[in-house]
Write a protein that binds this ligand. Structure first.
Ligand SMILES: C[S@@+](CC[C@H](N)C(=O)[O-])C[C@H]1O[C@@H](n2cnc3c(N)ncnc32)[C@H](O)[C@@H]1O
Length: 359
């Protein structure tokens, strides 16, 4: 007897299959979603699988996203990381109905957006760009054939204050050693700040001290999951602006842009200087779609207006759990407003704050 695509077990990761009847016209689209869900949730529980389909329309207006409901895929705990934005990313890329040939993330950092897009098949291919060479070493090691070594090195490392200090004081002699030291540094230095010599975590969560953010098995699993889809991921070391230029003429490309902007950027990132006006000018001219995320300040609103972008504030919580708004900027944000009947707060004129102050 011939096997159909629904009964042939080898095609699905999640286990036993069943037969469902759906309108013929919708079948290809439904099958595409099913495969996406199957691939992204292999080995996950029901709760986690449901989280994979949470999009912007599941979030009440002006409610910050609960990050605990978003699968964390990055080995980094990144300062300014955008895990909370993931449901919005699904809505944005999903609105393009599988028509994103490449997602370019020119300021990748911990890369949560690109990793989510790769694992959930929201784009055919993902290009991560990062100019910090330590952060870049992690992406190069994982995508360049050292993922298993790195996963094991993490799983087997006996973390003590002495072993961490000794490891971080050494000059790495290979790319993969540098990748390991970067992940260790990111996990044991306060706030995930990766500047060399920043202070180590002291008491940490639950009195676990230095180990409070060191989850060896989880980190090893994330690294192996990323390596599993390495055919859909590329890493480019260096300046993200150059990579935007290189793909400016690709009509079905999408650019997710999260540059270092905050006043704190200088302290948080080794690479922090970006010409924001030039960046927005360039992005206003690319053929593909664009989504930027910035602090919600008067200065940024002015730049978005100058280059004819749409912009919307969305609610978020910062690392200290304070509620604030972040600004999403794009050529067309209709996907964001579709199910949103509540008026979002807009910047008021003359409220006395300086251009760079958060609104
Ligand atoms: C706000 S963080 C990105 C965080 C990321 N979206 C996440 O969720 O993890 C900005 C990143 O851009 C990097 N960066 C700064 N200037 C850059 C440049 N010219 N090209 C590429 N990356 C750059 C910084 O090192 C930092 O990792």
């Amino acid at each position: 007897m011939a096997s159909s695509s629904t009964t042939y077990r080898g095609k699905w990761n999640s286990g036993e299959t069943t037969v469902v009847r759906v309108p013929r016209r919708l079948a290809p689209e439904i099958l595409r979603h099913a495969h996406r869900l199957d691939e992204a949730s292999a080995g996950a529980g029901l709760e986690e699988t449901a989280a994979i389909y949470r999009t912007a329309s599941d979030i009440p207006p002006m409610e910050p996203v609960n990050v605990a409901s978003v699968p964390q895929r990055s080995p980094f705990r990144y300062p300014g990381g955008k895990t909370w934005l993931v449901p919005y990313i699904r809505s944005w890329l999903g609105s393009r109905r599988g028509n994103v040939s490449m997602l370019v993330e020119p300021f990748a950092g911990g890369g949560i957006v690109g990793l989510t897009a790769g694992l959930e098949q929201l784009a055919d291919h993902v290009i991560l760009v990062e100019s910090d060479p330590d952060v870049g070493a992690v992406w190069q090691a994982i995508l360049g054939g050292h993922s298993e070594w790195l996963a094991r090195r993490i799983a087997e490392f006996d973390l003590t204050r002495e072993s961490a200090v000794e490891m971080l004081g050494r000059e790495p002699t290979s790319l993969r050693e540098r990748a390991f030291a970067t992940i260790l540094r990111n996990r044991v230095q306060r706030g995930g700040i990766m500047a060399r010599g920043a202070g180590l975590v002291k008491s940490g969560e639950n009195g676990r001290g230095l180990r409070s953010r060191w989850y060896p098995e989880t980190l090893a699993r994330r690294i192996r999951d990323i390596a599993r889809i390495r055919h859909r991921l590329s890493f480019v070391p260096g300046d993200g602006v150059g990579t935007i230029r290189a793909h400016a003429d690709v009509p079905d490309a999408a650019f997710f842009v999260d540059p270092p902007y905050t006043v704190a950027a200088r302290r948080l990132y080794r690479e922090w200087h970006v010409d924001h006006r030039e960046l927005l000018r360039l992005l206003s001219q690319v053929q593909g779609d664009v989504l930027l995320t910035y602090d919600h300040t008067r200065e940024v609103v002015g730049l978005a207006e100058e280059f004819g972008f749409e912009f919307e504030p969305v609610a978020m919580k910062n690392t200290h759990h304070a509620r604030m708004t972040e600004l999403l900027i794009g050529k067309d944000l209709s996907w964001l407003r579709r199910n949103d009947s509540v008026e979002q707060p807009r910047m008021k004129r003359g409220d006395g704050r300086k251009g760079g102050d958060r609104l």
